[in-house]
Write a protein that binds this ligand. Sequence first.
Ligand code: SF4
Length: 475
Amino acid sequence: MSCVTTQDRAVAINPTRSCAPIGAMLANYGIHGAITINHGSQGCATYPRHQMARHFREPVEVASTSLTEKTTVYGGKNNLLSALKNIWERFNPTMIMVCSTCLSETIGDDIPGIIDEFKDNNPEITIPILSVKTPSYIGNHATGFDNFLKEIANNLPDRRKKKGETNGKINIIPGWVNPGDIRELKHIVREMALHAIWLTDYSETLDGGYYEPRPHFARGGTTIEELQSSSKSIATIALQRHIGGDAAHIYERRHNVPAHILPMPIGLENTDAFVDTLTEITDHTVPEILQVERARLLDALVDTHMFTSGLRVALFGDPDILEGLTSLVVEMGMTPAYILTASESKPWAEHMVEVTQELGVESEIIIKSDLHELHKRIKAKPVDLLIGHSKGKFIADAEKIPLVRVGFPVEDRFGYHRRSIVGYNGAISLVDEITNIVFERRATGVVSNTLLELGVEGPSTMPLLIPNGNGNGKH
Ligand code: SF4
């Protein structure tokens, strides 16, 4: 049976988490023409900008109130008021999001109060100005993203909805994904002849083309008008439980828009859950193109099984991507031996015990932890494969274990933000990548697999773990 463990050490060594403002900044990048003001010292804007630029390979623009020693003692109100005025006059944005930092939260600046004062003094400025709480000592980058979505759900949707009024669209909250993932999700929705409001859509703003003259704001992103209309949508689907799940419930509570909270659509079963939900909400059937993609994924899983079956894998990252990856690696016949996150969520850990139990595997689920802890375990009982972000490179190098890079940040590879790991196509790419790494390691003997070592390429004598079907038979 799977078990839950946690880390005793107070200090983190090689942590898997980033700071909270980065999550709010990333989400805000998905709104067309929106600008972030980071209320803190300059480093609190510079660190997230660098982290995002290394991952997305795009220039990332964020304003900072640049708090100093004096403003730390006397408060940063005047800096924030000036920043709001400057940003409005110089950029004319569609929305301003002010995120707090460890510093501004600790000195106790009343950011919503300062924004109210700014609006009172500048009645001609009618754009939305949001305040998002992002102290990094409460949560991490995922919390920042989630808090941003809650502020959007609470403040942007139009509340003057008439009874029964609808825009015929679905609010979809992808959560923390890559631009390539959002494009794959859009492909699924488009092929089903549906229309969505994306909360939020940075598929172009953080993976744009080269245009001359450079547009005033990056192309793409969800518009303010779409967000205002989102209270009239027929449903909200959150594709990550921890990033966007609460926002979906706010839509349900405040705007009577039913919430559907799903696991991240990585792998066959989780993608089926997304597609099935779309069919249930709308009565649209699954088009042939998606059925073909599904069949191709199933075929890839069958084909790869003899090479990957029985391998032990260590997964690390954020809770939602871990839940999705767990499902996919089990569909490939592998065992997720260690599942490690910095999150402290015990309910998630208990949920993962149930998930692994249902999938028929035994895992150690390690919460509130870091990569030093994972390294210790791998030294004691090795794995064949690591799956997670670039910070796992140190374990991979030291133990000569291949690392499949997914999640955030991936800063030592180029173009990974353009790839997709969600949907049927994303899963096929990931299955291919994992299997090719297994093939490559076959030569070095790092991956232990009896069939590979014997060079057997005929039908496997191992049972094939073909995942369950699609649930409702609509495929
Ligand atoms: S002080 Fe806090 S908000 Fe600023 S960079 Fe460090 S963790 Fe992030």
